[in-house]
Each structure stands twice: as C-alpha cells, then as structure tokens.
Ligand binder design. Sequence first.
Ligand code: 0X9
Ligand code: ZN
Length: 304
Amino acid sequence: STFYERYHTLEEIYDWINRTAQDNPRTVKAILIGSSYEKRPLYVLKLSFNDRPNRKAMWIDCGIHAREWISPAFCLWFVHHSLSFYQQNSEITRILDSMDVYVLPVMNPDGYKYTWTARRWWRKNRSISKSGFCVGVDLNRNFDVDWVKGSSQNPCEEINCGPFPESEPEAQAVANFLRRHKDTVQLYITIHSYSQMFIFPYSYTFDQAENHNDLLEMVQEAAQRIKRYYRNTYTYGPGAATLYPCSGGSDDWAYKLGIKYSFTFELQDRGEYGFLLPPSHISGACNEALLAVKTIAVKVLEKT
Ligand code: 0X9
Ligand code: ZN
C-alpha cells in the first residue's frame, strides 16, 4: 500500500506537512494558525496554483474528533490528489485555477495523539476542566452558535461544550482564521466519520437555511455521482432533521459567519467497522469524499 493508504501517527503527519510544503515551494505554504491545549502547532496548508487577483478560497478541516482516523487520512489524500492531478484531472484543475484551498489536516492533535497512545475511542480534545476532575471538550460543540443548547457542560461527558464558546484554543484558532478570511472563503467543509452522510446547516435549529435548495442540490448531486461511480450510498440533508439537533458546531458557525456553502461530511462506513475502518478501505472512502468535494466545489464556482 502507498503512504496515503495507511493511517499515520501525529509525528508522521507533522513530517508530511513539512515535506509537502518544502517540496512544493511555489504552490504550498504551511501557515501556523495557533496551537493546541498541550501546545502542539496547528498548521494549515494553503494550496495556491496561481496568483490571479480576487481569488476565492475554500477550507477543509479534518480531525476535529480524535478517533475518526479516516478524517486526517482524507486531508492528506486531498492534498496529494491536488498536487498530483492539477492539469490532469479537469475538475481539480478548474477548482484550483479559481480558488485557493486551505487544508487543516488535524484540528485536534492532542486528542489524535491520545487515540494512538492511550485510548483509541477518545473523541474530545485534552483540556483539563477547572475542577481538574475530567478531561476534554468536544470541539464540535465549542463554536459560538447557540452554544450549550443540546450539549453538556459536564466536562466528564463526550459532548461537553466547554466552559464558554471558543474556550478551546483549537476552536479559537480556526474561528480566528476564518474570521480573518471570511471575505474570500466561500466554501467550508469539515470531515468526520462515520455514517456516510452529507450534512448542511442548520443543526442548531430546525429552521431552513436561506439557500437550502442550493445546498440540497449540491449534496444530492454528490451522492448521485458516488452511487454511479462507486455503488455506495450516502444520505444527506440539513443536520437537525437528518442527523440530530445540536448546537456549537463548526458548520453552522461558519455558515452564520457568512460562508454560505458549509458542509459536514461523515465518511465511511455505515457501522460495520465504524471508527476502526481498516486501512484497506482508506482509498475507497477517500475517493468517494474527493468526488463529493469536487462536485460541490465546481457547483460553488458556478453559483458565485
Ligand atoms: O456530532 C457531531 O459532531 C458530528 N457527528 S460525529 O459522529 N462525527 O460526532 C455531526 C456534526 C453535524 N453538524 C453539527 N452538529 N453542527
Ligand atoms: Zn466527528
């Protein structure tokens, strides 16, 4: 198997980030956007294939939840595909010609590391609560959108939303970066697993997003193409109605910041292996998600 068909330790991912930026000095830059609770750096790779003015951008983040290993694997896969198939594959070429792409391979490095060394099922980050009794905030409950409703302020729980919105350095780093770049970033995608779903706003309310029909059309097309090419089923819809109502998520927060195309992808599988998706399934899972990213990004270019 190739490098991209295996899961990698945090150290290997940091090495890969460095190497990728060094080997592609004209197209890839590593941007330090902050650091984690345990002071590990948070690097975003910026892919920029030309320097036309007024360029738009898209953002992809991976590894919010520590145990969802297919997620960082996808970010690596996506960057590799972009660098290998620019000017070979028409869709990725079209996307990279018109947009810069920001990729955050691991939003929760402390949690990811912990799943490799201590507890494979860990989900949250590793911040120690004020009482000192429990560890971890669910970063996907810590964003400032209807914060606390439907999640838990008990630091011992899996969906603990933290003491206040953006209390966690990982969520704050992402939010600060997106606030600074909200005039260019048009598409926000966050990668999770599992269940094979494409979710769009809102999750914090059952209200319909203002561009609901556009969002629905995009994920429907993505799911149809996956069905056609890979014979695999993805369900889709607004988060509250399709998955569960829940506040403090990065997708709703990005949407309310003004990034009108905002999605959560839940990659393979549908429960057979769950978070323990075998390495032999990485290429299938990533190719499907890649097709979805490309389908949606091309549609965003057509709309804007
Ligand atoms: O609950 C989550 O954070 C996500 N599912 S997961 O199993 N990967 O934990 C879904 C997030 C959907 N979006 C929002 N809830 N805002
Ligand atoms: Zn998740």
